[in-house]
Write a protein that binds this ligand. Structure first.
Ligand SMILES: Cc1cc2nc3c(=O)[nH]c(=O)nc-3n(C[C@H](O)[C@H](O)[C@H](O)COP(=O)(O)O)c2cc1C
Length: 258
């Protein structure tokens, strides 16, 4: 049975879950959503399909929702959605289920895991990292067993409160904090080019002087967390800490393959 795992990941948490699942299904393929041409239909005849993503503002990332509008399935596959987040998933999974339902695609099960938060404003304390990663690891193992048995589960439904909080968080974080307008500090940047290579949506162009941010940011913060000089910050907000996080079980070269 052929398995395809479509994922979007900035700092490796989602990639880590996808990798663990891929390692447990013999004929499986990891596919980065950022590498797909979403102007075209994404056709697949896989019998097992996983879609994995981080939660942003109690919702799924924009690119994941665009992907859900484009995927075309055949053979009535087993479809599962997996979200991961630092504190709360809000309507992220429910919104994805709704998009797929409107396209007559039935989701068999949804799952979610808590992993260290990469959103900068809610940094996960150092001492909580290891227990959190170990707990998630254990839960992912159990989830893999359920997926191998093609278990079904009740699907989440949308909550009005989470919807309102999501809209507020998104507006505050973009209009006020500048989450989608990251800035490269020219004093610190050494023009090493890593930010451009690590961006999963190719939003950072290289130049002879400094990398240039384009206008297609998904707010994954891969560039900010990987920058060796800590030269990437929000346009409007100075974070209190120099918090940088990347999943310790994922190597840089794995994320660069995305
Ligand atoms: C822009 C942004 C918004 C986020 N919003 C939420 C949120 O609403 N709830 C939450 O629990 N975590 C939130 N997070 C944390 C991520 O969901 C979490 O760290 C996730 O594991 C990151 O996955 P990745 O390493 O694959 O990129 C947010 C992170 C970012 C960058």
């Amino acid at each position: 049975m052929h398995t395809e795992l479509y994922y979007f990941s900035g700092t490796g948490n989602t990639y880590y879950i996808a990798k663990k699942i891929a390692n447990s299904f013999p004929d499986s393929k990891l596919i980065a959503i950022g590498s797909l041409d979403l102007e075209l239909p994404i056709k697949t005849d896989a019998q097992n399909i996983g879609i994995l993503f981080p939660v942003y503002f109690y919702d799924a990332p924009k690119i994941v929702k665009r992907f859900l509008e484009k995927i075309e399935l055949s053979n009535n596959p087993y479809v599962f959605l997996i979200a991961n987040y630092g504190g709360g998933a809000g309507n992220a999974l429910a919104n994805c289920v709704t998009i797929l339902k409107s396209r007559h695609i039935e989701v068999s099960t949804t799952m979610s895991f808590t992993l260290p938060d990469n959103s900068i404003i809610f940094p996960t304390p150092e001492e909580k990292m290891t227990p959190m990663l170990e707990k998630a690891d254990h839960e992912i193992e159990k989830a893999i067993h359920a997926l191998q048995n093609q278990e079904q589960s009740d699907l989440p439904s949308k909550k009005l409160g989470a919807h309102l909080v999501s809209k507020l968080m998104l507006k505050y974080s973009t209009d006020y904090l500048g989450f989608n307008a990251l800035k490269i500090s020219e004093d610190k940047c050494t023009n090493c080019g890593l930010c451009s290579k690590i961006c999963p949506v190719n939003n950072i162009a290289t130049s002879a002087t400094y990398p240039q941010m384009n206008h297609n940011c998904e707010m994954c913060f891969a560039c900010l967390h990987h920058c060796p000089e800590e030269a990437i910050r929000f346009k409007h907000m100075k974070p209190k800490t120099n918090y940088q996080y990347t999943n310790p079980n994922v190597k840089l070269k794995e994320l660069l393959q995305i």
